[in-house]
Design a binder for this molecule. Structure first.
Ligand code: 5AD
Ligand code: FES
Length: 344
């Protein structure tokens, strides 16, 4: 089996059959070889650098109803909030002082964030911080909306495809949502010149090895700049409350495979990975991850951006989160980069 890992390392690709064997084996020898090669590959292109993204969770209102997500509209018990323009700008100010050079404005699909509101917020942010990148993560919007926000100065957009299987997509989402539309959004974003981030959850209910391989193939087609994956973590107020979550072992293995298939990609060690294991993010960094996204949201709203149970970093001030992550990065053998961190 180790020869399959060698092949992946040397060629950056495998057949579906080989991927299936790699994903399904519980050989620790295979897993440690993946870690070793993933780390070598990231060091070849990025050295020991880890890029920071300051995450501002701008709204917990969402018109969508994804079965896995704690802020889905059907969750009547979710506490909703929406940051004002002044609050978002103050998070950016705070973040800039803490050394962040990317602000990620992420939220549910909230009708109140109109194109006019977003465009004016984006241009003010870019005017105040011309050396920073603005990343948006606001879900599915029209081509025209993406176009206007790009023109206003947005640099990047994160939209996970969630799963590249039509059948699984339908099991995770209400009927009014479709994989075709999600893919169209992603290709529109690319066409408009955004640096695009996509990705999926590991261990989501009904997911098979074949589904994961479909995700990898879709990513090969899309060629995103950033790939965000994390374990599925159940939320108690969703239809998947009683389901099992994704495991640390499988998530790390997929992270390593991603690094080997996409040597130059930006790959975050996600908050969900840190949630299922106390040193999950450090292990992610050692398995090819080169981005972390500390929380910059006001502490008063953090618990309300409640995508899944036991989410970490909800009690800390931004400065504490930044220090905590710096320690983790250094302890894992890497260093924080103060650059904007665009893809190579
Ligand atoms: N567990 C893990 N990740 C989740 N997300 C949403 N709900 C969950 C959950 N229960 C992820 C989705 C989404 C991103 C913002 O958070 O992949 O794209
Ligand atoms: Fe947020 Fe540790 S990274 S508290």
């Amino acid at each position: 089996m180790t020869e399959i890992v060698e092949k992946l390392y040397n060629t950056g690709n495998l057949s579906d059959g080989e991927l299936k064997l790699l994903i399904e084996t519980d050989s620790e020898c295979v897993s440690s070889l993946i870690v070793k090669y993933a780390d070598e590959t990231r060091r070849k292109y990025y050295g020991r650098k880890v890029f920071l993204r300051g995450l501002i969770e701008i709204s917990s209102y969402c018109r969508n109803d994804c079965f896995y997500c704690g802020i889905r509209r059907s969750n009547r018990n979710a506490e909703r909030y929406r940051l004002s323009r002044a609050e978002i700008l103050s998070c950016c100010e705070n973040g800039y002082e803490l050394g962040f050079r990317t602000f990620v404005m992420q939220g549910g699909e909230d009708f109140c964030f109109t194109d006019d509101f977003m465009c004016s917020l984006i241009s003010e942010t870019k005017q105040k911080y011309p050396d920073c990148a603005v990343t948006l993560s606001l879900g599915e919007r029209s081509y025209e909306s993406y176009r206007r926000m790009k023109e206003a100065g947005a640099d990047r957009y994160l939209l996970r495809h969630e799963t590249a299987s039509d059948e699984l997509y339908r099991k995770l989402h209400p009927k009014e949502m479709s994989l075709a539309n999600r893919k169209e959004c992603l290709f529109n974003l690319r066409k408009l010149g955004y640096q695009v981030g996509s990705g999926f959850m590991v261990g989501v209910p009904f997911q098979t090895t074949e589904n994961i391989i479909e995700d990898l193939r879709f990513l090969q087609e899309l060629r995103p700049h950033m790939i965000g994956i994390g374990p599925f973590v159940p939320h108690h107020e969703t239809p998947f409350a009683e389901e099992k979550g994704g495991t640390l072992e499988l998530t790390l293995k997929i992270l390593g495979i991603l690094r080997l298939m996409f040597p130059k990609a930006l790959i975050p060690a996600t908050t969900a990975l840190g949630t299922i294991s106390p040193n999950g993010r450090e292990l992610g960094l050692k398995t090819g991850c080169n981005v972390v996204m500390p929380n910059l949201s006001p502490v008063s709203v953090r618990k309300k951006y409640d995508l899944y149970d036991n989410k970490i970093c909800t009690g800390e001030e931004s400065a504490e989160c930044r220090i905590c992550l710096e320690k983790r990065i250094v302890s894992a053998g890497y260093e924080i980069s103060s650059e904007r961190g665009d893809a190579l």
